[in-house]
Write a protein that binds this ligand. Structure first.
Ligand code: ZN
Length: 152
């Protein structure tokens, strides 16, 4: 206690440096030991049992990496057979139309499930945003109502 009272600044610095705190939960998020071309530390996660990520792993040949890159690029790409037209989404009813369309697309096999999942996720966000906006409008209206009563 007396230490803290007489040297509060040094105490703070010691914590900031993290010298005594070794059991940090972030240790499992170790990053690749390599540097990028800009001499910045690589932000990728290392491969299991290695200190390097896939791209910086010296035990994987350049040819193999190049192959994996072109293969992954093509396989991960999701393209709609016919691009969908933009929808006007201004209220919850519009969202119902989008959801019906998405559900039917998945059922008929025309819409990739990954795209449908993404649309579901975004729709959820959209509905939450509508909710918040609606609530804000209500609060505004109530505030105006109370202001009027005050001035009367
Ligand atoms: Zn790396």
């Amino acid at each position: 206690m007396t230490m803290e009272q007489t040297q509060p600044k040094q105490e703070a610095v010691a914590h900031w440096g993290g010298g005594t705190q070794t059991t940090h939960p972030i240790t499992y998020l170790m990053l690749c030991k390599s540097l990028t071309t800009e001499e910045q530390p690589c932000q990728a996660r290392p491969m299991q049992g290695s200190e390097f990520c896939y791209l910086h792993n010296p035990s994987i040949s350049e040819d193999e990496k190049r192959d994996a890159r072109s293969r992954g690029g093509k396989e991960n790409q999701i393209v709609l057979k016919t691009p969908l037209p933009p929808l006007k989404l201004t209220n919850a009813k519009d969202v119902i139309v989008l959801l019906q369309d998405t559900i039917n697309g998945v059922r008929s096999g025309e819409l990739d499930v990954r795209i449908a999942n993404c649309l579901g996720f975004l729709t959820d966000k959209l509905l939450k945003a509508y909710e918040v906006a609606e609530l804000n409008d209500k609060v505004d209206a109530m505030e105006r109502f109370l202001e009027k009563r005050k001035t009367r």
